[in-house]
Write a protein that binds this ligand. Structure first.
Ligand code: ITT
Length: 187
């Protein structure tokens, strides 16, 4: 594998995938084709449906990803609605919902489901998760989305305070990308 398309509109995701895959000599090319994100209970269902839709229109090897933030004390909210919640109530809305909660009630996890598809083969999913906590305030200006309020287990700074390759060492997407890289290496 020399080149893989990434069907995404999200520049932050793209940079993280480019950074990781360039380490093994694979070029990631953005293709902003768009696909329906169905209302479903899981990221896996959203990713599988997206793959089906893209395959009907695009005949090359590609990845797409559905990701989300799951906050334990909010019963997994925003989860599959992460993108919508980010653009509506935003980071401030999440912090407000969690006012007064102590650190054990601020547990959260990020999850990434990457789907890889190539013509003539069944699509494959690669899943990465990262546990952490929601911080008390926004910090940092790297990354995207909820990065300024998420602190991964084992570190003290937010994802937004990390450079891309450092975030990749801890993040959900870093893990799903590692699995994808291992798959490509074995191929
Ligand atoms: P696509 O075009 O790839 O679908 P998107 O931004 O709509 O881009 P998702 O549907 O997967 O992506 O939405 C996931 C949302 O969850 C995303 O918009 C962020 O708000 C949040 N998110 C996912 N991964 C994140 C990360 O690594 N850091 C911060 N926020 C993240």
């Amino acid at each position: 594998m020399k080149k893989v398309y990434f069907i995404t509109s999200n520049k932050g995701k793209l940079l993280e995938a480019k950074t990781r895959l360039s380490e093994v000599g694979i070029e990631v090319v953005q293709k902003n084709l768009g696909y329906p994100e169905i209302q479903a209970d899981t990221l896996e269902e959203v990713a599988r449906y997206g793959v089906k839709s893209v395959r009907e229109r695009f005949n090359e090897a590609f990845i797409l990803e559905d990701a989300g933030l799951f906050i334990k004390s909010l019963k997994g909210f925003p989860g599959v609605y992460s993108s919508y919640v980010f653009f509506t109530v935003g980071l401030n809305g999440i912090l407000k919902l969690m006012t007064g909660l102590g650190s054990e009630q601020r547990e959260a996890s990020f999850k990434s489901v990457i789907a890889f598809s190539e013509p003539g083969q069944e699509p494959i999913l690669f899943i990465g998760e990262c546990n952490g906590i929601i911080s008390n305030e926004e910090k940092g200006n790297h990354g995207f989305g909820y990065d300024p309020i998420f602190i991964a287990e084992g570190v003290t700074k937010t994802f937004a305070e990390m450079e891309t390759n450092e975030k990749n060492r801890f993040s959900h997407r870093g893990k799903s990308l590692d699995l994808l890289v291992n798959y490509f290496k074995k191929k």
